[in-house]
Design a binder for this molecule. Structure first.
Ligand SMILES: NC(=O)C[C@H](N)C(=O)O
Length: 362
């Protein structure tokens, strides 16, 4: 903290010196370029003064009620993913690189409903949705109902970077993955025993897959702000348990399963996709932030609206341009972890916020 304060004062005084020099030059030659360059200095100064808060990265492992025996696994998983994403930020790379790294890590972890470990559709197959968004340019890429790839989040990024579209679906998304040289994997290799057991259980005529899923969710997501103040989000999911074939959820829909805007912040939601879509949850929360609410207030208000209007439960991770963050949920639990200033915060239960040194491997 002391280090940060000293650094802030040094940068602010450097700024004042520079602006004095600029003023002198303007008075000397009366150039019109004075204003834009001063504005640039001002924003540079602002971001330098916020050096103590940036970079920051927050991840979630899905809102729901995590079975007792899986709580530690889920917590360890989000901590590992937050460390992996934060290392990318510390290496000076972008928030987009960091959120994709963190979500790839979670997709590869069978504890979560994304990539390997995804829930199954009614036919017993894996169909996945994913989205990324870059807050600098509002560029976004998504895939929906995609099969046979291990990391849908990387395909969503390729949609953003290599096509003029925002979302590719099903067979077309698969063709694009092949064209991009993304390895195809057998559908069965993404299925865990746990996912198969839950699918079977929910085929029973009296089953309630939505309720059952609210019991044990596990969509994954990340939001981050890098050292340059650029903001990004990424979300990936196997969707809802025993969903119809071809069902597209919130995760593939911009403003619902994710949104990032350098001017307001970023949100990655989890929860009942149909409810999230009805209130466009990510965009709703960012709207409240643009009106001046903190990430925590806006997240709580967005989630409360979803509960009140459409009886939807869920959770979000949220950041703002200053690096303030929130991990909030209306479900019983949500595994989450946040990395900032060398400290890792994490929790699973309501009100829980444990901290540890980011270098502590436990
Ligand atoms: N577990 C989840 O968050 C599910 C996801 N939001 C969906 O409806 O596809």
């Amino acid at each position: 903290m002391t280090k940060w304060l000293v650094c802030e004062i040094e940068h602010c005084s450097a700024y004042m010196d520079q602006s004095k020099r600029r003023r002198g030059r303007r008075e000397g030659d009366g150039r019109k370029s004075y204003r834009p360059s001063l504005r640039k200095e001002r924003s540079k100064r602002l971001s330098l003064c916020l050096v103590g808060m940036l970079p920051v990265l927050v991840v979630h492992g899905g809102a729901g009620q995590i079975p007792k025996e899986r709580v530690e696994m889920a917590s360890a998983g989000v901590r590992a993913a937050a460390r992996a994403g934060y290392a990318v930020l510390q290496g000076g790379r972008s928030s987009m690189d960091a959120v994709v790294e963190a979500v790839t890590n979670l997709e590869n972890n069978p504890s979560f409903n994304a990539g390997y470990g995804s829930v199954l559709n009614v036919k017993g197959e894996v169909e996945m949705d994913a989205i990324v968004m870059d807050g600098r340019t509002l560029a976004s890429g998504a895939v929906s109902a995609v099969r046979n790839i291990a990391n849908p989040i990387q395909l969503a990024r390729l949609v953003m970077e290599q096509t003029s579209h925002l979302c590719l679906t099903a067979g077309g998304a698969g063709q694009f993955a092949r064209a991009m040289g993304m390895p195809e994997v057998p559908g069965d290799s993404l299925i865990t025993e746990y996912a198969r057991m839950r699918w079977k259980k929910n085929l029973a005529p009296n089953a309630n897959p939505v309720e059952s899923q609210m019991g044990k969710m596990g969509t994954v997501g990340a939001v981050a702000v890098d050292e340059d103040g650029n903001i990004a989000c990424a979300t990936s999911t196997g969707g809802m348990l025993n969903k119809m074939e071809g069902r597209v959820g919130d995760t593939a829909c911009i403003g619902c399963g994710g949104y990032a805007d350098n001017r307001a912040g970023a949100v990655s939601p989890t929860g009942h996709g149909e409810a999230i879509m009805k209130v466009t949850l990510a965009r709703l929360i960012l709207f409240h932030m643009a009106q001046g609410m903190s990430p925590e207030e806006a997240s709580d208000l967005g989630l409360a609206t979803m509960k009140e209007r459409v009886e939807g439960l869920g959770g979000v991770v949220t950041v703002d341009p200053q690096g303030r963050w929130a991990a909030r949920f209306t479900s019983t639990q949500m595994a989450w972890a946040a990395a900032q200033g060398g400290t890792l915060h994490f929790g699973v239960f309501s009100g829980e916020d444990v901290t540890q040194d980011i270098g502590d491997p436990s």
